[in-house]
Design a protein around this ligand. Structure first.
Ligand SMILES: Nc1nc2c(ncn2[C@@H]2O[C@H](COP(=O)(O)OP(=O)(O)O)[C@@H](O)[C@H]2O)c(=O)[nH]1
Ligand SMILES: [Mg+2]
Length: 293
């Protein structure tokens, strides 16, 4: 009987999570559900990540937090925050997120972080409408955690092994954490980081930028930008061939770096798209060739 009730709760949650997800997708917002045990460093990760994403122009973002005093910490580093009082619940559920969506200007955002309640069990079971779950494990929690809390590791797309600055003072086998986590989830991306020293954070942030970018390339928002950008390049190419054109691609506002694309405002074109454009030209040339044997 009890199992039935739990199944129904999870099913109801899944339905609302799907509705949230549709709304996020429609607005082109990438959503990350950040989970960990209490004190592993979720807020610290956000404090380090948000300013660097904002600075690079890679994302305008917002964070939703569950907790008491964390909001001020995040707000201080420039990301607007919506706080949820879970009333002592041990995880966030889709309904709690749905209730605060009215306060969030989804259309203006690229990225939304949801900092879940500190708990290594329940958050993994409840979807909130996120694109991915990311887990933070501080190495001070010990190397037995992957096998004790397997679902967290199975559900996550990335694992941030935080507080590596403490390694010299701990008796922790980081290789075992890696091995066990990967045996539970071979696709898990693992980043060894320290919010105190800043070690490993660049790799994590670069991975994040690439992920958001890939995602945005599939949204209408991106396609609109991409089409206009391509049109702009074609126009320039027509009027400004060869050497000058190459100089245009190099020095214009059309960025050469995929991760520096500012997808909310300016029209920029990354190397992948430039390559796509070249391939398309090559294909067209070949077709013309075959048409005139
Ligand atoms: N030594 C060390 N302490 C850290 C690191 N990251 C976070 N902390 C500390 O761990 C405590 C809990 O961090 P917090 O971000 O609030 O964890 P949360 O509860 O998961 O949000 C705070 O006192 C942080 O200053 C780290 O990389 N190294
Ligand atoms: Mg926190």
């Amino acid at each position: 009987m009890k199992v039935k009730v739990v199944t129904k709760i999870l099913e109801a949650n899944e339905r609302i999570a799907l509705e949230n997800r549709r709304l996020f997708d429609k607005s082109g917002v990438y959503v990350i559900n950040l989970m960990s045990g209490p004190g592993a460093g979720k807020t610290s990760i956000l404090e380090k990540t948000c300013p660097r994403l904002q600075e690079s122009g890679s994302a305008s973002l917002k964070a939703i937090l569950a907790g008491s005093d964390d909001a001020e910490r995040i707000e201080r580093c420039g990301a607007p925050v919506v706080q949820i009082n879970t009333g002592g619940a041990c995880h966030l559920d889709a309904n709690m997120i749905s209730e605060v969506l009215g306060e969030i200007p989804l259309q203006d955002l690229d990225l939304l972080f949801i900092e879940n309640v500190g708990n290594l069990v329940c958050p993994a079971e409840f979807k909130v409408g996120e694109d991915i779950k990311v887990m933070v494990l501080s190495i001070a929690e010990g190397h037995d955690k992957p096998l004790k809390y397997p679902l967290m590791f199975q559900e996550s797309s990335a694992l941030l092994l935080n507080k590596i600055d403490l390694a010299p003072y701990l008796d922790v086998d980081m290789e075992k954490i890696r091995r066990d986590a990967l045996s539970l989830n071979p696709k898990l991306r693992i980043f060894e980081v320290s919010c105190k020293t800043g070690a490993g954070l660049t790799e994590w942030i670069d991975w994040l930028k690439e992920l958001i970018m890939k995602r945005l390339m599939t949204t209408h928002q991106w396609y609109d930008l991409r089409d206009t950008a391509i049109r702009e390049v074609r126009m320039k190419k027509r009027t400004n061939r060869s050497k000058r054109n190459r100089r245009f691609l190099k020095h214009s506002h059309i960025s050469r770096s995929l991760t520096s694309i500012n997808f909310t405002g300016r029209l920029l074109l990354g190397p992948n798209l430039q390559r796509q454009e070249q391939t398309r030209h090559r294909k067209r040339a070949r077709m013309t060739f075959f048409a005139k044997p």
